[in-house]
Structures are given as structure tokens and as C-alpha cells.
Design a protein around this ligand. Sequence first.
Ligand SMILES: NC(=O)c1ccc[n+]([C@@H]2O[C@H](COP(=O)([O-])OP(=O)(O)OC[C@H]3O[C@@H](n4cnc5c(N)ncnc54)[C@H](O)[C@@H]3O)[C@@H](O)[C@H]2O)c1
Length: 294
Amino acid sequence: MKENTCVGVIGLGQMGRGMANSLRRAGFEVHGLDASQAAREACAKDGISLADSLAGLLSRAGIVVLSLPNSDIVRSLIEGPQGLADLARPGTLLIDTTTADPAVMRAVMPVLQRAGVALIDAPVSGGPRGAAAGELTMFIGGSQADLARARDVLSALGSKRFHIGDCGAGYIAKLVNNLLVAAHLLTASEAFRIAEAAGVKTGQLLDAINAGSGRSGVTLYNYPSRILNDAFDSGFTMQLMRKDVRLAQGLMQSVELDLPVCTQVAGIWQDSVASLADQEDFNRIVKFDTNRRG
Ligand SMILES: NC(=O)c1ccc[n+]([C@@H]2O[C@H](COP(=O)([O-])OP(=O)(O)OC[C@H]3O[C@@H](n4cnc5c(N)ncnc54)[C@H](O)[C@@H]3O)[C@@H](O)[C@H]2O)c1
């Protein structure tokens, strides 16, 4: 076990379960908490200890990792009655890996400060596989001192860690990253539709694109391993990506920018709600008819 460090993980879904396992493998004593019985059972099978309550988890863990669906849930966990701000011991360090709304989290930060709880925002990229392997990319915001305290935990979770700036900068970096993925999926699918209509199959084109300057993460990874083989098994849902694109658009508006490409991308993703269900793989957007929009 690592220097008596006990780490709590709240949210044991697609990402949190893998993170809990990576932390345990790195030698931490891990205690998990989740609202869903199915998630708790899956983690118990992995051998992860489950806390019986938030109070129980916070009485043991000095560092707490959050992997929750959205920032409203994070906020109510922190500010709600018998929430984390009431129950955490001063000196507790929170690492929030949730892809969150920076505006909501800005409102929460003073509450944590008053409770003596430090916050690092560290949203991630790399999916459930990256979480399970401890090989996530992390977009990190926080003070140097808090990062030094969290170093071993962060290195158990992520193999590529980028300290972007002060608290909140990680949330912004993650939204910008996901806006790019959302846009690249749309531009790649339209580009390939043009090529197919002109008589060139996507499968024949992809290697050349990936050796050329038109490549992106979407053409390098999503197309070969999730889309062309019809797998659509990334573990990242339409619901989560629609949330991220909405948040990126909200971020654009909050800084008083009105940018046409971002607005168009956000509009197409939101329109897809009528034909692509929340639980579908987000790569399915390439099947969405961007002409019909609905
Ligand atoms: N899935 C991915 O590929 C991926 C990749 C990068 C980032 N993310 C982000 O990571 C976060 C988690 O994503 P996920 O795919 O693991 O989601 P998920 O829905 O699989 O897991 C979330 C878990 O949180 C639990 N939960 C909800 N409210 C709770 C509460 N109040 N207390 C305790 N547990 C609660 C749910 O029961 C669920 O098990 C999201 O913010 C997402 O945007 C996901």
C-alpha cells in the first residue's frame, strides 16, 4: 500500500470503475461509492472496497476522485444537504475528472474553499480502456502545491498529463478538445460522403488521408477501430458528447464570441437527438444525415 494514502472514487461507471482499478494496481487503498447498484456490484467483483456512505468514504480518504455524469450532479454532491462540503475533513483534496461546465464549477469553488477542501480539475480523454489501463490523457487545472500532493494519484490515472493553468483551466481545455472531436467527426463523415459519391471508397482512402495532412484523431483511431468495422463500442455515449458540445457552445457564449463553425457543429449534434438515442455510441453521428437534421 502507498504511504497510507487512501483514495476515494465517487462515480464507478465506465470511467470511474477503470480509474478505481488503476489506483488499486498502483498500490493505493481505494474506497468507491456509486448511486447505482449495478455499478457497485461490478466494482465489488473487481475487488474494490465500497464505502457505505459519503461520510464513510470521507472519513477515510484524504484524496477523492470524482467521475460523475455532469457538473450539476457534482454540485449537488458538494453543496447538497450532508454533502461533501459539510462532511469532508479540512485538507481533503478533490480531483474532479468529470467533463463539467466551467461556470457551474466556478460557483462551487468558494464553497469548497470555505470548507478547507482543495480542488484540482482533471477531465480526461482516452475512454474506458484508457481509464482501466491507467493511460488517460488528463487536462489539469490547479495550484502547483495541490498538484505536487496529487502527483502519485494523477500518475496512476494518466500517462499524459498536461497542467494547463489554475483551477478551472482543465475544464476549459477538455471542452475545447471535445468540440474538436465533435467537429472532426462531422467533417470527416461529409468528406467521405463526397469521396464515395465520386466513386472512391472510404476504406481505400483512409490510409492515404492518415499519411496526409487531412488526418485527425477521428481518421486515425475512430474510423479504423470503431466505425468502419461497425463496432461502435467506444463506451462514450451520444448523451455525453451532446452534453460536451452544448457546454463548449455555452463557453463560447460566456466569452461573448459568436463563431459560425462552433454554432453549426453544436446545432447538428443537438438535432441528432431525434434519431440517435442517448445511449448510442457517439461515433454514430457519422450516420446522421446532416442534410435532414432530425
Ligand atoms: N465514457 C467515456 O468514454 C468518457 C471519456 C472521457 C470523459 N468522460 C466523462 O467522464 C464522466 C463519467 O463518464 P462515464 O462514461 O463513466 O459515465 P457513466 O454514466 O458510465 O458513470 C457515471 C457514474 O456516476 C454514478 N452517479 C451518478 N450520480 C451519482 C451520485 N450522486 N453519487 C454517486 N454516484 C453517482 C452513476 O451511477 C454512474 O455509475 C463524464 O463526465 C464523462 O463526460 C467519459
